[in-house]
Design a protein around this ligand. Structure first.
Ligand code: FAD
Ligand code: EPU
Length: 340
């Protein structure tokens, strides 16, 4: 296991920001990971766990130690009736896991096709798309607990999953290094088509009872039509969370803006489409030089070339201010800024 110094992270973050890690290493085994963490603790180095870098806003200089796990493997650990339990290494790419499970005839992940990043990062914000969330198929994870200095298994009920949320983003941020994740999938398909656009898209192709492979293809097509490919245009997906507001505030907004796009959430709460708010505030396609707002999805901020964290956060602050002025709604940034 090599410990690199002054290691370039420019190709390792999907915003494509120029960044250099003071130190960088890729452990393949748990003992290697433990050794690295011990070294960091002894020397007081801050540690960043890096997956695919698709939800990170990096500064040009990243001090301390950046660890990118390099373990591998997808194992079927149990099968009973229609249920299949798989255990997947944290460094496994998320989208290739979705493809692999479909090929095996194990269903449940297809609505989350094409989400960039790794399996190990997926529980951090409980990734979700098109009517599905990680927690729906999640069984448990194993992690190295940096506080207790031991390997732990955490069940779903211990992870505090919510919309773009888990305990790993809250008070336990940085405490657990996720090493593997278990999922419960099914050999029987149960297509989830409730999210706006998916059923219509399939119906236009004459498909009313889609097979999981057809749902997968539809999701890939829809996503590709709206979201920029990080290989071409630097981005971190949705830049802001969709705000959740009380029914009273929703009622007042809807009366003032009848076209407001919102979805009923928990009882008494509504989730607003932040993309619609930003679009209506006039930002879609905005070009600030090196950074801008994607012209097909206003919720996605992009690196137009040579952009950096400071420029992107300045644009984000301007967008937040204008949405607050027009709608009285606060937007929270979704990707993690590092260093904080
Ligand atoms: P990174 O960006 O590398 O890290 C994210 C966080 O996880 C960091 O805090 C990091 O320290 C931590 N982390 C990473 N690995 C570990 C580990 N093993 N143990 C502990 N902590 C770890 N997200 C959605 O939910 N739904 C979407 O539809 C979606 N679409 C996207 C589309 C595009 C084009 C892009 C660029 C992003 C999108 N995202 C979406 C966001 C992103 O893909 C997810 O958040 C993804 O889970 C990040 O994975 P990553 O491996 O790239 O994590
Ligand atoms: N809209 C506009 N203009 C825009 C963008 C959106 O009017 O420029 C409106 C449209 O009416 C559209 C609605 O907003 O119907 C919702 O848009 P979309 O279906 O694209 O979804 P989203 O709410 O913008 C969320 C997630 C995405 C996820 C999709 C699909 C968040 C923060 N984002 O986006 O996740 O892929 O739904 O489920 O919850 C990510 O987290 O990085 C991400 C891409």
């Amino acid at each position: 296991m090599t410990l690199f110094e002054n290691y370039s992270l420019t190709g390792l973050n999907t915003l494509g920001f120029e960044a250099t890690a003071e130190r960088f290493s890729r452990p393949k085994t748990l003992p290697q990971l433990i050794e690295l963490l011990a070294l960091a603790d002894t020397n007081g180095w801050p540690v960043l766990l890096l997956g695919g870098g698709s939800n990170l806003i990096l500064s040009a200089w990243v001090p301390g130690l950046v660890i990118q796990l390099a373990n591998s493997g997808i194992e079927c650990v149990a099968q009973q009736g229609e249920q299949v339990i798989i255990e997947v290494a944290a460094a496994q790419g998320w989208h290739s896991l979705v493809e692999y499970t479909l090929e095996q005839g194990w269903f449940g992940l297809e609505n989350m096709a094409l989400i960039p990043g790794t399996v190990g990062a997926a529980p951090i914000q409980n990734i979700g798309a098109y009517g599905a969330e990680l927690k729906d198929c999640f069984v448990s994870l194993t992690a190295w607990d940096r506080e207790q200095q031991q390997r732990v298994t955490l069940e779903r009920s211990q992870c505090d999953f919510g919309y773009r949320w888990s305990r790993f983003k809250g008070e336990d941020a940085g405490r657990f290094v996720i090493w593997s994740v278990r999922f419960a999938l099914s050999t029987t398909a149960a297509p989830e088509l409730s999210y706006g656009g998916v059923a219509d898209y399939l119906a236009r192709q004459g498909i009313n009872e889609p097979a999981p492979q057809q749902v997968f293809s539809a999701i890939c097509d829809i996503r590709s039509s709206k979201l920029p490919d990080p290989a071409t245009v630097g981005n971190a997906g949705s830049f802001f969370e969709n705000p959740i507001i009380p029914q009273s505030q929703y009622g007042a907004l809807k009366a003032k803006f009848p076209a407001l796009v919102a979805f009923a959430d928990q009882p008494g709460l509504y989730k607003l489409a932040a993309g619609w708010l930003i679009d209506q505030a006039g930002w879609k396609g905005y070009n600030a030089g090196s950074v801008g707002v994607y012209d097909k999805q206003a919720l996605v901020l992009v690196n137009l070339g040579g952009g950096d964290r400071e420029q992107l956060l300045t644009l984000a602050a301007d967008i937040q201010q204008s949405v607050r002025d027009k709608f009285g709604v606060a937007l929270q940034i979704e990707p993690r800024q590092y260093p904080a």
